[in-house]
Design a protein around this ligand. Structure first.
Ligand code: F6P
Length: 518
């Protein structure tokens, strides 16, 4: 069972409050001056990933106190509970085992006395066999032609992850064109359908519950579109499903052999590692999908086995707690410097905000402290030309995660050098700022002396704005899997410390009920 501790009642929390008042006005520039090895001392690594958290308003003492908090809360035991399949999603009485989906060793985890590894393994084999059939052209549509287009119909966790990964890893993709339909907006559905040939299109209906109105309505529209051409008996060539609700899938008319499993011990927003990721396997080939799982597994092993002071997701979570609960920060920005990671932030918004946007603790009481963070972001350098002004000079402190890659995929070194120069410059500018004296000197140097008095104040940057940098060698299925799993564990640690259940989502129900009554 998870411990149930209000974090504000711990000794460490009180010490952190005291420590905060001591260091709140320290400038990052002072910290870097005091310790010339700060970058090295405040960096961690995991295989190719370098995680630099030196540009955070922390000292070694802050980190120690935050780690004390994690210990006092009993984080180590809860990590074991997660991996062992205990029912830590208490409000739904479910285990939370997305980590088992990317574990390739027979780990003997049992749920209700039944080992889950054989089921996970069978599901992977089924995905592998099916994707090979489709990619090779052996799987034929109703007129005998191979499949050219895949349409994933799902929403939330049944859409955002696969869509993000398919786009992020397009470099590794094969000849299949993969499309996504999620919104109930019919215009969006018809915009996809108009590009498709019913003879060569395969629809994947992805819904854990198979009760989600958007997905079922969109799936019916697609089925009717297909039936205008194909005989009813042949829809099995064009429709497969991923769901826990086999009865409802059969009722929709999908052949039971075309149903891929899902389990109640996988939350929707943690599900793309299961058969829910079948569109990823189709787009990239099964081997790449497996690499994606293996990268995530590397992050899992790191999270489970590494001491807290060297543990990347724990450090990410503790820093976030530091800003949220002591600096009063509410918002965090995530900026991948790779256009292909365009959908990463939308995916992470569900992961963070559906998980930790809660205000009742594990003791059924209203929390008296902030939980959850508002996540936003966009790709660099696009973000620099839209909201970065606010992060540099606005009144809010907004911690940033910069995500970058040393190498480009297509080898255009000129572009990549400029992209990465920006990646580095942004975090440096946020940290260092620009003093009055430096602005003055610049304006003088540029012959702008007439306007110095008018403009000086506007051109000063206070700096002391905080960021992490996550630098990988390059975008690969493995590295992307690792990155996502690190964020999943950050979310988990935060939820544990905030004493909330990160795995239910009752907050989305009320609006759904009201929509039905309109
Ligand atoms: O409405 C929220 C939600 O339940 C998400 O948590 C989930 O990912 C999404 O809806 C889709 O649910 P399903 O896969 O059951 O259609």
């Amino acid at each position: 069972m998870l411990k149930n501790i209000n974090p504000t009642t711990t000794k460490s929390w009180k010490e952190l409050i005291k420590h905060f008042s001591e260091i709140k006005s320290l400038h990052l520039n002072q910290l870097f001056k005091q310790n010339v090895n700060r970058k090295k001392d405040f960096s961690l690594s995991l295989e190719q990933l370098q995680f630099d958290y030196s540009k955070n308003r922390v000292t070694a003492k802050s980190i120690n106190l935050l780690i004390n908090l994690a210990n006092e809360i009993g984080l180590k035991e809860t990590i074991n509970s997660l991996f062992n399949g205990e029912k830590i999603n208490t409000t739904e009485d479910r285990a939370v085992l997305h980590t088992a989906l990317r574990d390739f060793k027979n780990n003997e985890i049992k749920i209700n006395n039944q080992e889950i590894f054989p089921e996970v393994d069978n599901a992977r084999k089924k995905v592998k066999a099916f994707t090979e059939e489709v990619i090779s052209g052996n799987w034929k549509g109703h007129t005998g032609k191979p499949i050219t287009d895949i349409v994933n119909i799902g929403i939330g966790g049944s859409d955002l992850g696969p869509q993000m990964v398919v786009e992020a890893l397009d470099f590794y993709s094969n000849h299949l064109q993969v499309h996504f339909i999620s919104n109930i907006d019919g215009d969006a559905v018809h915009q996809v359908l108009k590009k498709l040939n019913p003879e060569t299109t395969l629809f994947i209906v992805v819904s854990k519950t198979f009760t989600t109105v958007e997905t079922l309505t969109n799936a019916s529209t697609c089925k009717n579109w297909l039936l205008q051409q194909a005989p009813k008996t042949k829809i099995e060539k064009h429709f497969i499903a991923v769901s826990t609700n086999t009865q409802a899938v059969k009722g929709f008319g999908i052949n039971p052999t075309n149903i891929f499993p899902m389990w109640n011990w996988i939350g929707g927003r943690f599900s793309m590692w299961s058969s829910v990721g079948i569109s990823i396997a189709l787009a990239l080939g099964y081997e790449n999908f497996e690499q994606f799982l293996k990268g995530a597994n590397t992050a899992d092993v790191h999270f489970k086995q590494t001491s807290f002071d060297k543990n990347i997701p724990i450090m990410m979570a503790l820093l976030s707690i530091w800003y949220t609960n002591f600096f009063g920060v509410t918002t965090e920005a995530i900026l991948p410097y790779a256009e292909s990671l365009n959908k990463l932030v939308a995916y992470l918004q569900q992961l963070f905000m559906e998980s930790n946007g809660k205000s009742v603790d594990r003791n059924r009481e209203n929390v008296t402290y902030n939980t959850g963070n508002i996540i936003f972001g966009s790709t660099g350098t696009n973000a620099q030309h839209s909201f970065m002004q606010h992060i540099h000079q606005g009144t809010h402190l907004i911690p940033v995660d910069f995500i970058g890659f040393k190498e480009s995929l297509y080898g255009d070194t000129k572009h990549h050098r400029i992209l990465m120069a920006n990646f580095k410059a942004q975090s440096q500018a946020l940290q260092e700022g620009k003093t009055k004296e430096a602005v003055h000197l610049d304006m003088k140097f540029n012959g702008n002396t007439n306007h110095i008095n008018d403009l000086l104040a506007y051109k000063i940057f206070d700096g002391n704005r905080v960021s992490n940098s996550l630098l990988f060698d390059k975008i690969t299925p493995y590295n992307l899997g690792m990155l996502i799993a690190l964020y999943e564990h950050k979310v988990f640690v935060q939820g544990i410390i905030w004493n909330i259940n990160s795995f239910d989502q009752f907050g989305v129900e009320l609006g759904k009920e009201m929509a039905k009554k309109q």
